[in-house]
Design a protein around this ligand. Sequence first.
Ligand SMILES: [Zn+2]
Length: 292
Amino acid sequence: MENWRLGDIAITRIEELIGPLFDPVRFFPDYDQAAFDRHQDWLYPNHVDPRSGNLIASMHSWLVQTPDHNILIDTCIGDDKDRMPYRNWHRMHTGWLSRLPIDPTEVDFVLCTHLHVDHVGWNTRLVNGQWIPTFPNAKYVFSQAEFDFWQAARSTPDPDTFNEVNNKTFDDSVLPIMGLAQLIAASADLIPGVMSVSPAPGHTPGSSAITLTSGQQQALFTGDICHHPIQVWYPDWNSAYCEIPDQAIATRRAVLSRCAEHHMLMMPAHFGPAHAGYVDETASGFEFRFTD
Ligand SMILES: [Zn+2]
């Protein structure tokens, strides 16, 4: 499924790539094979690759079209970018922009849940050797805390390869759009009554969650609060990329509770098909129900 409706609002998934990207043993520091085996009935093949055992991850953006605005949430990895030593993401050409069903000039807001490499890439594109904003008429929205964190990281030598890649990302996908940026101090009613941004720290210090409302219906764009649906059942499992582990767990539990209590459609950044769904809270914990 690639299209969802929330009242008079259309939501479309714009895929950049999908595949068995991550070894679960490395991805989840608390990985437990027995815990995985309890979920065999739904994990394969959409969420774990039966051949390699790797976690299926999707890289996609969400295009939200209200009667008045076009909003893009998270912008994947991007084309042409120097992402070495991440060979698979280096100087990609995925055709993502051609899959966007509207003209880039028609995008009103670009929201980045956080500033990791796979959430900001299409903020810019390469034209005549320069990184220019892909969406010249948009406001690019993300949290001030997130910007401050990566700006400080940028000026601190760090041998970690993931941070090295994120530093390159900051230079080619964040700095060139700062003339169009709107930085959020805490929470913000971005489009009153329709879309709001709230802090969801832990995966990164300035991670945000985005609430979409249409009448009685709500969706929550959760970025990397959960990378993989198994974390709904095991919310104490962080990814190896969560910057503040204890806070990431607390935020994950709070967000799952909120989705369950208010029957919000949860729209994460990386779940395999069907990519989005609803959270149920039971006596034994949380469960996830993908949309049909
Ligand atoms: Zn991500």
